[in-house]
Design a protein around this ligand. Sequence first.
Ligand SMILES: NC(=O)C1=CN([C@@H]2O[C@H](COP(=O)(O)OP(=O)(O)OC[C@H]3O[C@@H](n4cnc5c(N)ncnc54)[C@H](O)[C@@H]3O)[C@@H](O)[C@H]2O)C=CC1
Ligand SMILES: O=C(O)C(=O)COP(=O)(O)O
Length: 390
Amino acid sequence: MNYSIKTLNSISARGLSKLPESYEVGPHVDNADAWLVRSANLHSVEIPDSVLAISRAGAGTNTIPVNQLSGRGVVVFNTPGSNANAVKELVLAGILLGARNILPAAAFARQLTGDDNEINAAVEAGKKQFVGWELPGRTLGVIGLGEVGVQVANAAEALGMKVLGYDPAITIRHAWQLSSHVTRAASIDEVFRRADVLTVHVPLIEATQGLVNAERLALMKQRALVLNFSRAGIVDSPAMVAALESGSIRGYVCDFPSAELLNRPKVVALPHLGASTVEAEENSAAMAVNELRDFLENGNISNSVNFPDAVLAREPDTTRIVVANVNVPNMVAEISALIGDAGINITNLLNKSRGELAWTMIDVRGPVTDALRSSIEQIEGVLRVRVIEP
Ligand SMILES: NC(=O)C1=CN([C@@H]2O[C@H](COP(=O)(O)OP(=O)(O)OC[C@H]3O[C@@H](n4cnc5c(N)ncnc54)[C@H](O)[C@@H]3O)[C@@H](O)[C@H]2O)C=CC1
Ligand SMILES: O=C(O)C(=O)COP(=O)(O)O
């Protein structure tokens, strides 16, 4: 079976090279079986019915209409951790940019004129404007201890910072990865109160929109530094500008330029570069490609953000019926009754649920007719049915 994948955004060629030649891949593929995206905003894009899955080569899925796609039985994937090291390194750079006033200092040096003696004199006279501070002993507050937050916390701790972390839904895996020297804050406001440097590593969702707001900025120590490499909307921009103008916040380093932030000396706004390294782009694309392949060829799901993980080994000469359905009682019984009525023997079965959605895979011997497939489609609560031949 040949599959087709439409790419949106620029996707690492080395990552895409993991696909077999039988796949049709590229930006101009019509009626693709799957889409592979980075930050493309799909909220106002028509996604054709041919699309069975969308994989986000990266972490954030706020640009994808996940709820709407769930209702259509479309699986949305992301690639957890694939770019976390790249973001961590840029966050560390951001802390150092702020701590040592590197950008204004370099701008000062760039505009010096005269011969070497005059330049040296200007350097010695001017450098006192850029006196910075060192990291050991300073407190870094990390909000969100997922793939990126844990790496930032551990790296800052290794550089001698005291690290205070907050994540009410930290996973067991991330808790294990976190350095035992990182202190867990009892509340988000405690992080704002105690941090010399604060960094946010949470997804943009309703609960995190404007998480860094005027009230919380007012809790912070005078002259603290704030970093945001998550999403623009997590920081209330007018509140940040007001805090920078009043001098209560030393600087704001972020990955999201906006009209309001441009040309402000205390703002460093990078052009969404967190995941823009050769390594992260390749990792993310390769992981997304592997997820899509296993999904298209076998119906298996790993790293979805809307459907459960569901992996069932294929047995030779079996046909797989894959059903996306609403998570209600009796669904498996109804589907298997129809298969039994068609005189077909089930060899293996998996049913997994996640919230309101479920994923059912049934392996059978013998051909699955269009009539059987459409009778399964007609069961109330079934969102989509695929039949994958041996
Ligand atoms: N600038 C860039 O290029 C990149 C930006 N990102 C952004 O960073 C975000 C985080 O990425 P990952 O760490 O890979 O995701 P992740 O899903 O591994 O971690 C997110 C963590 O935030 C926590 N969280 C959610 N709501 C919270 C709240 N209200 N308070 C505290 N913690 C909360 C979750 O429990 C989870 O542990 C992404 O959603 C994306 O928006 C990620 C990669 C690259
Ligand atoms: O992975 C993420 O969430 C990112 O923000 C990276 O975005 P990008 O793939 O560089 O457009």
